[in-house]
Design a protein around this ligand. Structure first.
Ligand code: 13P
Ligand code: ZN
Length: 270
């Protein structure tokens, strides 16, 4: 059996959560990440027949039955993941149509998966239906995106267009744009269902006055997606109160689409 702490998925998860903390996106226990694991990969470093505990999820997700996830724990600080992955992270296998999670590794202090497990699992279902390669759902609290939800219209087209106008490469990185949810109570099935619905049409979903969700094929890509949107929001928050003399025009955004072979969300460009 290989050492699970050196498995590539574990090393990447530890590096990513550490980096998210370093970026200031995950104060205290803020944020959570889930990574869909390959059954074969899991089997190389742990005995999948040995279930430590069974945890109810409180929702159904038949599409994920039998799937394995590496996920951050509720109340755990990203700052600490690198020092004790076996306490702050867990590996679970969903069973009973997603209504139960079997803990196979981690949460060694008796902890459990993030309170946002519904939003994570429901978003995995939604993204896998669009892209069979999707593996990551990531949530965090980046300051500028959050700030923007206090001062900018929450209209998804307007929000997306503003971000696209803030850095030249935004439309290339997230041509599907950013979907936006109004403030909702976090940690519930309701916000999970609403997030998953928004995930059907975009890989970024803003939770107003709370944070953002990103989805992608690997941890780097998903981190980069949020990083790019957050950089754009930072530029916006720097210039929002100043007279705007220049911008990236729709004509220029169309030139970027052609040059990089991407298509911006339908109806979002004039
Ligand atoms: P958890 O500690 O339960 O993951 O919650 C953090 C968070 O960001 C809630 O939205
Ligand atoms: Zn949060």
């Amino acid at each position: 059996m290989k050492d699970i702490l050196t498995a590539p998925f574990m090393v990447e998860m530890v590096r990513t959560t550490t980096n998210m903390y370093a970026h200031g996106w995950d104060e205290r226990n803020g944020g959570n990440v889930s990574l869909l694991l390959d059954e074969r990969e899991v089997g190389e470093s742990l005995d999948a027949g040995r279930v430590i505990r069974t945890l109810p999820t409180g929702f159904a997700a038949p599409a994920l039955d039998g799937k394995y996830f590496l996920v951050t724990g509720t109340g755990k600080y990203f700052k600490n993941v690198q020092y004790a992955p076996e306490v702050n992270l867990g590996i679970v296998r969903l069973t009973k149509g997603g209504e139960e999670a079997e803990l196979l590794w981690g949460f060694e202090d008796g902890g459990r998966f993030t309170s946002e497990f519904p939003a994570h699992m429901m978003s995995h279902v939604a993204r896998l239906a669009v892209d069979a390669e999707n593996k990551v759902v990531m949530h965090c609290h980046p300051a500028n995106l959050l700030a923007m939800t206090y001062v900018h219209s929450l209209d998804e087209r307007a929000f997306t267009r503003t971000l696209w106008q803030m850095c030249t490469e935004c439309i290339v990185v997230f041509p599907d744009g950013v979907n936006v949810l109004p403030w909702m109570l976090c940690g519930t099935n309701e916000i999970g269902e609403a997030t998953a619905e928004k995930m059907k049409t975009a890989r970024l979903v803003v939770w107003s006055q709370h944070g953002i969700y990103g989805a992608g094929r690997d941890l780097d890509e998903t981190f980069g997606l949020i990083e790019t949107a957050e950089k754009a929001a930072e530029i916006y928050m720097k210039i929002a109160q100043l007279p705007r003399l220049n911008t990236i025009t729709d004509e220029q955004l169309h030139l970027l689409e052609a040059r990089f072979g991407v298509t911006g969300r339908e109806g979002y460009l004039d």
